[in-house]
Ligand binder design. Structure first.
Ligand code: BES
Ligand code: MN
Ligand code: ZN
Length: 493
């Protein structure tokens, strides 16, 4: 996988500044006061920072913005990057400021003079998150980001937090790699293998193959993969770091490694984007990786349905009626509404097997959510205000956009079928909501549940706060925090 830049936190050592290679990052708050590290840089460069401030350049910068001085005299470094950031910046401001620096990180690395910063860990995390590029399918030597060293007042005080923060970055990178991979490389089998490899981190992984899925009665999920040469699978990851016997949180992900639409074929233009239709499963795998890496004291299970939606002589036809594991029958009006069929069976299996305390599913489920919310917010649907509010709070605290949408009986009525228990699509109106209503039919009485429609946020065509254009890893931070807040009693700081 793409490895994040190595990050180290050390006690401030001013004598290393003159000879540090790569880039040096200086943080200056709105008052223009220089901290000890900045003072040393200023002295070595014969007053470059003071002149910059006197000249008014700092005032012209927005909070979180960076100005670079290239090849500064008096330093070995190739650049000094001045980040305008208050020492009292919030976690999100610090992470976003860090991301602005991460964008500049080169092969020779960066030394960050963070002595007076109250959120050094988030700053460092922002650098690492932003310094990502997917190069696995390019040949030739690829530039990899160099090491980042951050100087703080008391390194030992933030070491443990910094370790957890890098676990989350690695989780997000794992998600981004999965989402970026083309479908001829990331087949259902390859996806399952990458999940299986996480056993080395202490996760218990089980992969259910087609014969087992048939035995369980997962007719909905299997109907989606029928047309593909790649076998359908369900991969289950268990992380039981919490108390014995505590019911786990279940995370369920849509893992359609490629969505052609099936017999209800999608138009050619833009179809290549459907390599990201496994984004929900990618986030689930990334969160599980982060939890294992940081040794979370929580019980969490991740379940992903891995299928490919292809047209062929074996593919499901519009009008076919299939039977879910729950036992309800579904008339498949449109084979392109396949994600909900996959989730229905995996969600049912998750509840039957684990009796989870709560269940959250993630899916690149509908184009309609992009029309409604664009690329800024994921769609949030829930049957439980307490759980939903906790998630929205976690997402806000991490700076990941999420917006709740309504549900209700009138939307559910759109799913009525003449010949089966339900259809797999409503009409065009409220397409994201009717999709959520479909899923809700597979949520058991008493299970608090959230559905996250991430079609607009999983992969985007321009840079975001924490990621270059392409796969974002949206949701890894928020879900990791929800686990910390809700199951580990961390509380939002
Ligand atoms: N994977 C798509 C949704 C999607 C669209 C994800 C664009 C990312 C970007 C999903 O399987 C789909 O095709 N949904 C249909 C549903 C419709 C047939 C009711 C859609 O949104 O058009
Ligand atoms: Mn589809
Ligand atoms: Zn799809």
């Amino acid at each position: 996988m793409t490895t994040p830049a190595k990050t180290t936190i050390i006690d401030t050592d001013l004598d290393r500044i003159a000879t540090a290679e790569g880039r040096i990052a200086v943080l200056i708050g709105p008052d223009g006061k220089l901290n000890a590290g900045a003072k040393r840089v200023n002295k070595l460069t014969r007053g470059a920072l003071a002149r910059m401030i006197e000249g008014g350049a700092l005032e012209d910068m927005k909070p979180g913005e960076v100005t670079s001085l290239a090849w500064p005299a008096g330093l070995k470094a190739e650049a000094v990057d001045i980040l305008r950031l208050s020492p009292r910046a919030s976690a999100i401001e610090a992470r976003k400021g860090g991301a602005a620096l991460g964008k500049l990180l080169g092969e020779k690395g960066m030394t960050v003079l963070g002595a007076s910063q109250v959120r050094p860990v988030e700053l460092l995390q922002g650098i690492a998150l932003r310094a990502y590029s997917f190069t696995a399918r390019k040949t030739g030597d690829q530039k990899t980001p160099g090491a980042v060293t951050m100087m703080v007042k008391d390194a030992s005080a933030v070491e443990a937090d910094a370790k957890s923060a890098s676990a989350v970055v690695e989780g997000a990178f794992f998600t981004r790699d999965l989402v970026s991979e083309p479908a001829n490389h990331l087949t259902t089998t390859e996806f399952a293998n990458r999940i299986k490899d996480m056993e080395s981190l202490g996760l218990k992984v089980t992969v259910l193959e087609e014969d087992k899925l048939a035995e369980l009665g997962m007719g909905c999920l299997l109907s989606v993969g029928h047309g593909s040469a790649s076998p359908s699978k369900v991969a289950v990851m268990e992380w039981m770091g919490g108390k014995d016997g505590d019911a786990p949180l279940a995370l369920v992900g849509k893992g359609v490694v490629f969505d052609t639409g099936g017999i209800s074929l999608k138009p050619a233009a833009g179809m290549e984007d459907m390599t990201m239709d496994m984004g929900g499963a990618g986030v689930v795998a990334g969160v599980m990786r982060a939890l294992a890496l940081r040794g979370a004291k929580a019980n969490v299970v991740g379940l992903v349905g891995l299928v490919e939606n292809m047209p062929s002589d074996r593919a499901t036809r519009p009008g076919d009626v299939v039977t879910s594991m729950k036992g309800d029958t579904v008339e498949v009006i449109n084979t392109d509404a396949e994600g909900r069929l996959v989730l229905a069976d995996v969600m049912w299996y998750a509840q039957e097997t684990y009796k989870p305390r709560a269940m959250i599913d993630l899916a690149t489920l509908t184009g309609a959510i992009i029309i409604g919310l664009g690329h800024e917010n994921a769609g949030v649907f829930s049957n439980d205000d307490t759980l939903c509010d906790a998630f929205l709070k976690a997402a806000a605290a991490e700076g990941e956009g999420a917006w709740r949408l309504p549900m209700g009986k009138a939307y559910d009525d759109e799913l009525k079928s003449q010949i089966a228990d339900m259809k797999n699509v409503g009409g065009r109106p409220a397409g994201s909501i009717t999709a959520a209503q479909f899923l809700k039919r597979f949520v058991q009485e008493g299970t608090p549940w959230i559905h996250l429609d991430i079609a607009g946020v999983a992969s985007v065509k321009s840079d975001t706060a924490y990621a270059p254009k392409g796969a974002t890893g949206w949701g890894v931070l928020a879900l990791n925090r929800l686990v910390a807040d809700m199951l580990e009693g961390a509380g939002t700081a």
